[in-house]
Design a protein around this ligand. Sequence first.
Ligand code: GAL
Length: 822
Amino acid sequence: MTAFKRVLFAFTIILSGFSVWAQYEPGENFDKDWLFYNDENPNGQQPELDDSKWRQVNLPHDWAIEGPFSSEYNARYGGLPIHGTGWYRKHFTMPATAKGKVVRLEFEGAMYNAHVWVNGNLVGNRPYGYIGFEFDISEYLKYDGSDNVVAVRLTPQDLSSRWYPGAGIYRSVWLKIDNPVYVDQWGTYITTPTATPEKATVQIETNVVNKSADNQQITVTHEYLDPSGTKVGSAKEDLEIPAGQTGTSALYTIIESPKLWDLDAPHLYTAVTTLTVDGQVTDTYRSTFGIRSIRYTRDAFYLNEKQVRFNGVCLHHDNGALGAAVYRRADERKLQIMKEMGVNAIRTSHNPPSRTFLELCDELGLLVQDEAFDVWKMEKVPNGYNLFFEEWGELDLKDMIVRDRNHPSIVMWSIGNEIIEQRDKKNGWTVAKKLHDVCRATDPTRPTSVGLNYYPAPYDNNMAQQVDVVGMNYKPSRYSEVRSNYPGLPIYGSETSSCTSSRGVYHLPIEKYKTHPSLQVTSYDLIGPGWAYPPDIEFHFQEKNPYVMGEFIWTGFDYLGEPTPYGGRDNSTNGYWNDDWPARSSYFGAVDLCGFPKDRFYLYQSQWTEKPMIHLLPHWNWAGMEGENIPVYAYTNCDEAELFLNGKSLGRKVKGVDKTTILIDFFRYEPKTFESPYRLSWEVPYEAGELKVVGYKDGRQVSEKVIRTAGKPAKVRLSVDRNRIAADGRDLAYVTVRIEDKDGNLCPNADNLVTFDVRGAGKLIAVDNGNAATLESFQDTKRKAFSGMALAILNSGEKAGTITLTAKSKGLKGAKIQVQTE
Ligand code: GAL
C-alpha cells in the first residue's frame, strides 16, 4: 500500500461563506520545523553540527522579505537582502516500515542554486530557483528510529535577476514514501484530443517506475471522477516493466456529455490511477485535469471553439509584503482581483510559477501562458541564469512542461522573454528551434511562443519563425507591418503599455515627465519609460488590427524591485538601481503592492468588462486651487457619462465620440498626443464639495460614482476580505485600513501612522501601504497610510478561534475587527 494518501482538490467544502479546497498533496508535507541559518557555514551539512541555536522556521520561507531595506542592497530587488548564503536543516526520524521503500524528497522550488544533503551525503543540486525537483534519498536514510538530517544550502547571488526573486525555500517540500513500483514524479500526462459538449476522449500516459530488483507485471487502472466526484469512466492495462526501469502506459477513455473547462465554468475532473502487482495496490496517484479544446489560427485563439481575446496581464511571482513565499490565499486574492478587472489570461513573467498558482488558475478559469526564461546564454545581468542555461536549460524547460501539462488553464508555452539572442544571427534561431522542439516533444498540444521586443532583427534572422505564435513586446505600431511582411505568423501583444502610476497621487497641471521629485508617479495614466505608452495606444492598435490576439499588460500587480522610472539604468549604474533611493518597488501595476486598485485598473475594466461601471479621478481635495481648472477623467464602459459638481451638471459626454487629448512620448511614435476615445474628460473649476459622475447605457442611468471633498482625518476604518478563514496556519485575512473624515470620506492625502495590536487565534504577518518609495518594514506592527490607505495581513494559527485586530492612530478614533478561524 502507498504509505501516504494523496488527497486531491476535486471537491470543495463550503463552510458558511468561504471555501476550502482539499489540495493536491504529492506526499507527506515536510514544511514544518526547519532550522535556518543565514550565512556561510562550512559544516552546514554535517549531521553532528550543533544547530540548536539556529532559528526555527516553517516553509515556505523567504528570508529576504524580512529585510531590513537597505541602500546596501539593490533597489532592483526591492532594496532587500536577496543574496548571500542560506542554510536550512530539518531533523526527522523514519519509521522502520519505510525500509525497503523508495523515499523521495520533493522541493517545489528553492531560490537559488540548491544543494541538498541527507545525513551528510550530497544527494543533488538544482540551480534554477523557479523549477521543482526531487531526489531519491532512500539509501542515505536511517530507519532505526535515530535522527536523520536534511541540509539545504542556497546561494542566491547579487545581480542575478531583473526583479525581486526572493531567497529561501519559498515553495513547499514533500516527503514521499512509496513502494518500489510507483507513478513517477509528475507522472501522468492527460490530454483531451476530442472535447465537445457531447463527448470527450481522455488520453492518459503514465510513467511507472519499477525500482524493485525484479521485472514486474503491473496493472495500471484509471478511474475518472467528474467535478461532483462521480465516476464517469475507467481504463486499464497490463504492463511489464524490467527491474530498475520506467515504463509508460497509454490509454484512452470516452466520457459522454462532459462538463467542459471554460472561463466562466472551470469544471475540473480527476483521474485516480492505481498500480497493482499480484493483486496488491502499490500506488495510488491522483491527477486533476480539464476537458477543453484549444485552437489557434493565424488570426485568433479559440477555447472550446469560441474565440477568446487575451485580456491579459503579466505577473511576477511575489506577493508584495509577503515576498516570494507561497501562500495560497495570497495568490487566490491576486487572481480574484485580476478577474474583477476583466482579466482572462495571465503571463507568468518570466518563469515557471508555483504549482499552487496554476491550480488556482484552473479553479478560477484563467488562461495561462507558462513562461520558462528571461535569459538564455547571453547575459542580461552578470550573475543571471545564463550561467546555468547551457547545462540546465533544456531540462528546466522540459520539467516545467512535464510538471504543468495537465493544467487546463495553460494555453501556451513561452520559451523566453526579450532574449538577447534576438539579435544574434546564429544562436537566436538555433536555440529557439531547440527549445521549441523540446516543447513539442514534451507536449504537442499547445503552441510555443516567445516575447520579442526587437524589430525587425528576430524576424529577419529566422528566430520569430521558430515558434508557433509570436509575442510582441511594446510594438503596437508595428503590428500591421509584421502582418504584411510575415502574413503566416500569428501575433499578440506579449507585453504592453508599461504605464506607471502611484495609487491616489495626482500631479497638476498634467505634464509629461520622466521622474518626479516626490518619487511618485501621477495617476493620470500617462507616464512611463521610453518604450512605454498609455493603455489607450494598445487598445487603439488592437482594434485596428483585430488579428492581433490580444495583449498582456505590464503589469497587473505592482511587484518588488524594478522601480522604473526611478532607480537608474543598468548601463550607467552597473546594475545597481539605487540612484533614486528609496524608490524600491514597481510602479507598473494596475493594482498596487497591497492589492488596492489604481485608476488604471478601471481603465482596463472599462475596456474588458460589460457589467456597467464608471470610475472617476482624481480625488476632490484641492484646497487653495479654488476656481482653477482640474482635469477630471471618467473611465466607463457605458455609452455616455454626465458629470455633476455640487448638483450642477457639467455636461454629458459620449464615449468614443468625445475624446480626451492625452500626452504620449513613445519612441518613434508621432504625433506626441493621442485623441483617446477611451477616456471621457472635463476641465472643472475647483470648488469643494461633491463631484458625481453618472453612466448611461441606452439612455438609462446604470452606474454612478461620487467623490466628496474630505474634511480632516477623524477615524480609522477597517474592513476585511473574509471574516472566516481556515485555522491551518497558512490562511490569510487582508484588512484594509482607511483614514476617513467624520462623515466616512476617504482622506486622500492622509499619511497618519496606524498602530496594530493583534490578539487571539492568529498573528499579524505583514503590513503595507502601497507606497513604492518607503523603507518602513513589511514586518512591523505599525504603518503609515499612503494616499489614505494601508493594509494589515493576518495569518491564522492552527487552533480555531477568534483573531482580534485593533488599530489606533494618534488623534483619530480607532477601530477593531474580528476574524474567525475554523
Ligand atoms: C520589459 C521586460 C519586463 C520589464 C518591463 C518594464 O522590457 O520584459 O520584464 O522589465 O520591460 O517595462
